[in-house]
Design a protein around this ligand. Structure first.
Ligand code: NAG
Ligand code: NAG
Ligand code: NAG
Ligand code: NAG
Length: 417
């Protein structure tokens, strides 16, 4: 199918939006993709396009089975491409809509505890519930003589939601402590990153190890992309972008992929200039308020930021820059040594590598590359779900184990900086 036809297909697809949740995924398939040799990996770009949504990129080095979600209009073309490369066809999900309807998360999105005062770290919540929780936390500590916890509103999304982060430290006399930033929910369908970030706040407050709050100020962004996150609850569980409509095609194809909107190698690799694409990079670097919040943190705190950790969910990697090219940043050895310690403490199956190698592909305009390029010494992506597990939709029962793994990795960073 020609590119033109593919684009008009997407237009139609958006105009004829049907009301029932996730119905737009009827007929979408997910393929398992695995390379057997380097030629297949090298030639793979021929069957990549902006309509194919990777739940996980295939990688020869890690023997990683990739998962590619393909729209109905692209399946023939994709299958032919796989055949040409000699990659075996293996359908993982035959109909994504049906798959989503059978998953608990697809239908149930209300506060389950039944008690508004109980917020647990092993459940998924709506954005307003999370805001209520962190504001209640702020009120709890408002007169504390030990803890300083504030909720900072740093911007407003296209749909009018506040963009917030939590600043947390203790009131030991030091001023201008080094800062550790934790970012979650940049890709809104990766729900598991959000309880993982809230669990970190809880661990910091409960820990008896004074080093965490004595030595650092923590900035935790529990949901960087709340408009997208709410849309994954109300409409499309697998949405990857924000909901802004500033581009010329905004009304038809809203949203920008926030993790392609930073000003490092912007719009070059694994990204698109088409507003209808799930990897749309925006009208320009920092066109979006969500990425500008990160930029303003960088501009405000500069070299005080000692580590920046982005929580994501591509399946079992701890990775470090660069993601935009197949090379390490200047502090390769330091990242690798610290990364090894993180892996050791997570009691599950994770791999450590340069991000572009770990994901089997380069990607432009990411938050961690931006921070590293801007002088932050340590930047990591933690892809929180262990290798080999079904990555995108994570059942509630698995949240606590994963969130605790993430906390151990983050605590190792703090102790070793
Ligand atoms: C929780 O809060 C909601 C909205 O404020 C209210 O309707 C509901 O009755 C509350 N539930 C409990 C158990 O207090
Ligand atoms: C903090 O102090 C103010 C003024 O004394 C008081 O009104 C408020 O209730 C206190 N907050 C808490 C959580 O104790
Ligand atoms: C607590 O943190 C906030 C936000 O960083 C800051 O404005 C405030 O001065 C701090 N309070 C104290 C008592 O240090
Ligand atoms: C911290 O110490 C208190 C009192 O000794 C104990 O009850 C609590 O379990 C400890 N917390 C952690 C996270 O170890």
């Amino acid at each position: 199918m020609s590119k033109l036809k593919a684009i008009s297909f997407l237009f139609l697809f958006n105009i004829l939006t049907v009301s029932a949740k996730n119905e737009e995924y009827i007929g979408y398939k997910v393929y398992n993709v695995k390379f057997n040799n380097i030629e297949q990996e090298d030639n793979f770009y021929k069957i990549k396009n902006e309509f194919i949504d990777y739940w996980r990129k295939p990688s020869l080095k890690y023997n990683t089975v990739g998962q590619a979600m393909v729209p109905p209009a692209q399946t023939n073309w994709f299958e032919e491409g796989l055949t040409e490369l000699g990659v075996a066809k293996d359908i993982y999900i035959d109909d994504v809509y049906k798959y989503l309807s059978t998953r608990e998360e697809a239908s149930s999105d209300i506060l389950r505890s039944g008690d508004n005062n109980t917020f647990t770290f092993n459940d998924y919540y709506r954005y307003s519930q999370i805001l209520d929780y962190i504001r209640a936390l702020e009120a709890t500590y408002e007169n504390s003589t030990g803890i300083n916890l504030s909720v900072i509103e740093a911007g407003t999304t296209a749909e009018g939601r506040p963009l917030v982060y939590i600043k947390l430290t203790n009131l030991t006399p030091t001023v201008n402590k080094p800062i550790i930033i934790i970012e979650a929910g940049i890709n809104p369908r990766q729900w598991i990153t959000i309880p993982s970030s809230l669990n970190i706040i809880n661990k910091l407050l409960e820990s008896n190890d004074t080093r965490f709050l004595n030595n650092f100020e923590w900035v935790i962004i529990p949901i960087l992309n709340p408009d997208g996150y709410e849309y994954t609850h109300t409409n499309l569980r697998l949405w990857t972008k924000s909901r802004s409509t500033r581009s010329n095609l905004g009304a038809i194809c809203p949203g920008v992929n926030i993790n392609r909107n930073f000003n490092i190698d912007w719009l070059n690799s694994d990204t698109s200039s088409s507003p209808c694409s799930h990897i749309y990079g925006g009208t320009g670097a920092f066109s979006e308020v969500e990425s500008r919040v990160i930029q303003s943190l960088h501009d405000e705190y500069g070299r005080r930021i000692r580590a920046y950790i982005s929580l994501q969910n591509n399946g079992g990697f701890i990775s470090y820059p660069w993601q935009y090219e197949r090379a390490a940043s200047g502090l390769f050895a330091q990242h690798h040594i610290l990364g090894m310690k993180m892996i050791e403490t997570m009691e599950d199956n994770y791999e450590l590598d340069i991000a572009s190698v770990a994901y089997g592909d380069r990607a432009s305009g990411t938050s961690t590359d931006y921070m590293r390029n801007g002088g932050v010494l340590f930047t990591f992506n933690i892809d929180v779900v262990p290798r080999g597990q079904d990555g995108v939709i994570v059942p509630r029962e698995e949240i606590q184990t994963i969130a605790d793994d993430v906390w151990r990795a983050v605590s190792v960073v703090a102790v070793n900086l």
